[in-house]
Design a protein around this ligand. Structure first.
Ligand SMILES: [Zn+2]
Ligand SMILES: [Zn+2]
Length: 204
């Protein structure tokens, strides 16, 4: 069951930095990201064939595998780290009722880290000198749930040596109370928040 946040503003943690729209739920954000930016959830992206390449379990079909990946952060993270889902061999679907064939398990997988957006992390890791605005501009190019973007910036910041770049990263996380929060905007169908409005979190 999805709960609707009782707090109208703090509930707006789901947003699209590219469009400046904020959404009340992750689902609404997902629908927008899918439609406007071709975003595919990682679980969908990595559910190829019917065998989980992380733990070896075999499922009846792709959608059962996808459910497994949604439930197993360790498996999903392993697949993301392993890279291109296109490398997976195609497999015939089994019977829908086919029992799960357990694979070699997840004990060889490390605990799932706080999820990060790997592509964004790589882009941030290439920065050697950047202002908070420049960092924000990099972050805003990635289509991913805001909490994930924020976590990615946190992870990157934590790995930085003390210095100007780290301070700029801190600023990016601290500018708005919610950190990487979307600029207040109306969902698709409405109007974009005019620039220069009350509290764009990363305005210079
Ligand atoms: Zn968007
Ligand atoms: Zn698995």
């Amino acid at each position: 069951m999805q709960q609707v946040s009782a707090e109208p503003t703090s509930g707006l943690v789901h947003g699209c930095l590219i469009c400046g729209f904020a959404f009340a739920s992750r689902q609404q954000w997902g629908a927008h990201a899918q439609k406007a930016h071709g975003y595919r959830k990682a679980a969908t992206q990595y559910a190829t064939g019917r065998t989980c390449r992380a733990c070896g379990s075999q499922y009846a079909n792709k959608s059962h595998l996808r459910c497994h990946l949604l439930a197993s952060a360790r498996c999903l993270e392993f697949l993301e780290a392993a890279g291109s889902p296109a490398m997976a061999p195609a497999a015939e679907d089994g019977h829908t009722q086919a029992p799960v064939v357990r694979g070699w398990g997840t004990s060889h997988l490390r605990d799932a880290r706080p999820a990060t957006c790997n592509a964004l992390y790589d882009a941030l890791a290439r920065l050697t000198d950047a202002s908070d605005q420049q960092i924000y501009d990099v972050v805003a190019q990635y289509v991913a749930p805001l909490p994930l973007l924020r976590q990615t910036v946190c992870t990157w910041r934590n790995a930085l040596p003390v210095g100007a770049l780290r301070e700029a990263a801190e600023d990016v996380l601290l500018v708005a109370p919610g950190g990487l929060e979307a600029r207040r905007g109306r969902p698709p169908g409405g109007h974009r928040t005019p620039s220069g409005s009350s509290d764009p979190p990363f305005a210079a």
